[in-house]
Design a protein around this ligand. Sequence first.
Ligand SMILES: [Zn+2]
Length: 500
Amino acid sequence: MEPTFSSLLARMQELRDLQGIIGLATWDQETYLPAKADDARAHQLSTLQGLHHERLVDPWLGEALAWAAGRTDLEADQRAMVRVLTQERDRAVRVPQALVKALAEAQSRALVAWRQARKEKRFALFQPALARILALRREQADAYGHKGERYDSLLEGYEPGMRVARLTPVLTALRDALIPMVATLTAAPRQLPDLFQGRHFDGEAQWRFTLRLLEAVGFDLEAGRQDRSIHPFTGGTHPLDVRLTTRIDEANPLNALFSTIHEAGHGLYEQGFAEAHYRTPLAAAPSMGLHESQSRLWENVVGRSDAFWEHFYPALREAFPQALAGVERGAFHAAVNRVSPSLIRTEADEVTYNLHIVLRYELELLLIHDELPLEELPAAWNERMQRYLGVTPSDDTQGVLQDIHWAWGEFGYFPTYSLGNLYSASLYRAAERALPDLSGHIRRGELLPLRDWLRTHVHSQGYRLPAEDLVHQVTGRGLTDVDFLEYLRSKYGALYGVSL
Ligand SMILES: [Zn+2]
């Protein structure tokens, strides 16, 4: 069939529809799937993913994309669609089917081994499976192709366009600024309270409050929904069908509150794609880091600010009159910003969080370069924990075995969390310049001006530009740790009464 742009567009739409259905089946797997259907769903998903892969690597699509790349009469968005899909297809084509299969098998084995190793608190039980995953990921990195830096081609899968040469200096400078900052805060005479020990927060009241938050940030519940899952996430099938999950813990309301705000940030991004981009490769964030910037902007920069709770705290107290009896807003705000070096990344505060990421990034580089024998990995982990955060895991479940990412083979993913934090601070700074009364709006609970600004400048842009170029377009500069560090210094300096 002779290609035309409309036949190419029809294929793009078909690929997105398949992804949407995969999204639906995955969301269902994490929320409502009956336990006995686990295996059946795994087969269904693998069949769907196989179909998607087949349609993507189809030689006709390769020819159509090459034809389109040579046209001079396409509009800018059409050219961007062709560029994005070509990148995706090129990567898919380069990896032989045998390697794809071997990786999938190694992943399932590694997951089983990782769970067993956690149970017995022994990294050694996970080590052979991890060695296999690493060998295959190195092979895959070489199959994708790179200019001498293997890690680049893994990073490309999550953060297209980002390179080790660009990332390492920024993360190293961030690390070197954070270590003394954490030390100063931990030694400060004023320490912030941990309020939530021994209190009970009704689950239904928490659920109602999270819905109220979704409404306040402008998440459209007629184009999405919220459910519960063990690990909160954002999924869905289409910008008009965005599915968030949250987690209710009756002993600590912060899980639900901040999971909801976090996932709402992701959800607003998905709902904000331009209608003209629906069912095309442009209805997507250009990177995981930029997606994460939206969740962290709402969760941390907005959701943990004093201005935000000035408006929402009275309602929160009304929802939990007993549990929050005697807790004033200032104490609550201090408690949600308590800095405390800890072992577990997912429980880390804003200041210590990125040190957990830098540690993983440095170890991943060594592992992908084959410069660290695996039996030395737990010790290398513990030594860095001590050096960066002053704490040492008592066993491997508190250390090297804590995250599932490596069992999934997801090397290159962790840095996107830090990119999210750095981009969130820079984007918020730009929003403050553009919206002079932004903090006033937030104090009054008016969150739509910020949402709309993000929608115009970030969400509706979709995948027109690579992440760092888009950030540059919005903020006037690309990746930097300057805005994030300034944000931490000013916020935590004031909270702890120290100069940082
Ligand atoms: Zn997230």
